[in-house]
Design a protein around this ligand. Structure first.
Ligand code: FAD
Length: 127
């Protein structure tokens, strides 16, 4: 049996990789118009962030985000150069009564900011 995958970036190569891994006896051919810089995947970023989906329990969301974060950090720190860079982003809540989210201890750096922190970070008061 032969499998032909159209597209040679994140979607296509992931499919090709998984088929090769799960069914090593099958020939996989990747066909694509371009393999290089002009693809979306070459220039994209991924945003890791815990959030809720419908009635999914916080415990399940926490488990999912822990597993995905661990995986991304393994890729980032892995021995095989994946060409991945880690860039920190911020999600700010201005409401002083804002509840501490259940995933606060999963994030790499969760913090309550004061006026000095905001000034140092260059975040205006009325963000
Ligand atoms: C700045 C940025 C941030 C992003 N952030 C996120 C994010 O946080 N989370 C998220 O899920 N997504 C995000 N995305 C979107 C995500 O990156 C894309 O959806 C994903 O990279 C698309 O991958 P792909 O393999 O489907 O397509 P591409 O990377 O575009 O690859 C398409 C492949 O198919 C080939 N191809 C196309 N048409 C043909 C054809 N007719 N014949 C032969 N070959 C063909 C191309 O040559 C190429 O090899 C982001 C994108 C950008 C640009």
């Amino acid at each position: 049996m032969e499998v032909v995958v159209i597209g040679a970036r994140i979607a296509g190569l992931s499919v090709a990789f998984q088929v090769t891994k799960c069914l090593p006896f099958i020939n996989v051919t990747v066909v694509a118009e371009t393999f290089g810089f002009s693809t979306t995947s070459f220039n994209c970023g991924g945003l890791w962030k815990p959030y809720h989906v419908g009635d999914t329990s916080p415990a399940l969301v926490s488990r999912w985000v822990q597993v995905s974060l661990r995986h991304f950090m393994e890729v980032y720190h892995g021995e095989d150069a994946a060409g991945v860079q880690q860039i920190t982003g911020y999600q700010l809540c201005r409401d002083p009564g804002c509840e501490v989210p259940h995933w606060h201890n999963i994030c790499l750096s969760f913090a309550t900011l004061n006026e000095t922190n905001l000034r140092i970070m260059g975040i205006p008061k009325n963000f």
